[in-house]
Design a binder for this molecule. Structure first.
Ligand code: GLY
Length: 346
C-alpha cells in the first residue's frame, strides 16, 4: 500500500494506492466519512466490471444507491449533468451524503462537477479505474463538463475528500487504453522525475510504486498552486499542441499529449531553451509504449493556441523542458508568437 497526502490550504486529502483496494473500500472511507448514504456514479462499461463488487463492499457499512451513464465523452454534457442531478435528487440525495465516482476521467469530471454544484457542494470520493484518470483527472480537483463545443468549459475546482486507486483495475484495460494513460505518466517523468522516466524504458509493471512516483510529481505542483495560476501549468506540458491535434485527428488524450510533447520539445529546441538530447530520448520512451510519434510542424498549430482557454489575456503559457525531468513556464505574448514564427516566415 502507498499513501500520498495532498496538502492544500483548506482541502487536504489522502490518495490510497493499493492492489485489491476495491474489496476493502469501507476501511478507508470510514476514516473520512461517517454518515450513512453513498451515491455512486458510474458508466455502463464499468458497471459490468466493478459495480456489484463495490456495492457489496460498501453495503457492509453504508446505504448505497447508484446512477449509470453511457460510457464516453458525450456524457460530459449539460444534458447528462441535468439528468444525473435529477436522478440523484429523485433518489433523495442530501447535503451530507457522499458521492463516489467509479470510472474513468469522464465519470470523475462529471461526478466532481455535480459534487461541486448540487446543494452548493457535497463531499465526493474518486475511485478512478483507468490509468489515464489515475494519473491525472482524479487528483487535483479540476471538475467539469463540455459545453458550446469546448472541452471542460463549465467547471469548478472541487477537491475530493479521498482518492482510492486500485492498480488491479488496470488488468481489464486493453493495450491502447493502457498506453493512453502512459502518455500522462511519461509526461510526469518528463517534467519532474528523470529517474522515473529512465525506469520506464524497461517497461516495468505499472504497480503501486510507479503510480506513487508519477503522482508525486502532480502532488507537488498542485500543492503549490491549487487553482492553476502558476506552477500547476507545468502539467500542461504537451497539452497546448496536444489539444489541437486531439481535436483535429481524433487521437486519444494520452496519444495527443505524446505528439504534443514532441512538438513542444521541438519548439523549445528552436528557442534554445530545451536541450536537444530530450527529443530522441523522449521519442524512444513514447515508442516503447506504442504512443504516436508522428512529426507535426508546431508552427502550423501555434495559431490554434490562441483559442485555447489557457491563453490568458493574449499570453500563452508554454511549458518547455530544459532537460529531461525539468521544465519551466514561458509566458509568450500573441505578438511575440506572430513576430517570431509568422511574420519572419513571410
Ligand atoms: N490536468 C492538469 C491539471 O490537473 O492541472
Amino acid at each position: 500500500m502507498k499513501k500520498l497526502e495532498i496538502q492544500l490550504k483548506d482541502n487536504s486529502y489522502t490518495i490510497i494506492i493499493e492492489d485489491g483496494l476495491l474489496s476493502h473500500l469501507c476501511f478507508y472511507l470510514e476514516q473520512v466519512y461517517s454518515n450513512k448514504k453513498i451515491f455512486i456514479l458510474t458508466d455502463d462499461i464499468v458497471k459490468n466490471l466493478y459495480l456489484d463488487k463495490v456495492i457489496n463492499e460498501l453495503k457492509k457499512k453504508y446505504e448505497v444507491d447508484y446512477v449509470v451513464v453511457p460510457n464516453g465523452e458525450n456524457s460530459k454534457s449539460i444534458m447528462t449533468y441535468t439528468k444525473v442531478c435529477e436522478e440523484f435528487l429523485n433518489k433523495g440525495i442530501r447535503r451530507n451524503d457522499l458521492l463516489l465516482a467509479l470510472g474513468g476521467g469522464v465519470i470523475g469530471d462529471l461526478c466532481g462537477f455535480i459534487a461541486g454544484t448540487i446543494y452548493r457542494g457535497i463531499p465526493y470520493v474518486n475511485v478512478p479505474t483507468t490509468l489515464l484518470s489515475q494519473m491525472d483527472s482524479s487528483i487535483g480537483g479540476k471538475t467539469g463538463i463540455d459545453f458550446a463545443d469546448r472541452k471542460n468549459i463549465l467547471g469548478v475546482f472541487k477537491q475530493p475528500i479521498m482518492v482510492c486507486i486500485d492498480p488491479k483495475t488496470l488488468d481489464t484495460l486493453n493495450d491502447r487504453e493502457m498506453n493512453n494513460g502512459m502518455g500522462e505518466l511519461i509526461k510526469h517523468g518528463a517534467i519532474g522525475n528523470r529517474a522515473l522516466l529512465m525506469k520506464l524504458k524497461d517497461k516495468p509493471k505499472i504497480d503501486e510504486t510507479i503510480i506513487y512516483e508519477s503522482l508525486s510529481v502532480k502532488k507537488k505542483v498542485v500543492e503549490k498552486d491549487e487553482f492553476d495560476l502558476k506552477e500547476r501549468m507545468t502539467l500542461n506540458f504537451g497539452h497546448t499542441f496536444g489539444h489541437a491535434i486531439e481535436l483535429k485527428y481524433g487521437y486519444k488524450h494520452g496519444e495527443a499529449v505524446a505528439i504534443g510533447m514532441l512538438m513542444a520539445v521541438r519548439m523549445g529546441m528552436d528557442l534554445k531553451i530545451t536541450d536537444s538530447s530530450c527529443y530522441p530520448e523522449l521519442k524512444q520512451i513514447l515508442q516503447i509504449y506504442h504512443l504516436p510519434i508522428e512529426e507535426y510542424d508546431y508552427r502550423e498549430y501555434l495559431k490554434d493556441t490562441v483559442l485555447d482557454k489557457k491563453n490568458i489575456a493574449g499570453i500563452v503559457h508554454f511549458i518547455f523542458l530544459t532537460h529531461l525531468g525539468e521544465c519551466k513556464i514561458y509566458p509568450i505574448t500573441e505578438s511575440q508568437i506572430k513576430e517570431r514564427f509568422y511574420e519572419c516566415d513571410n
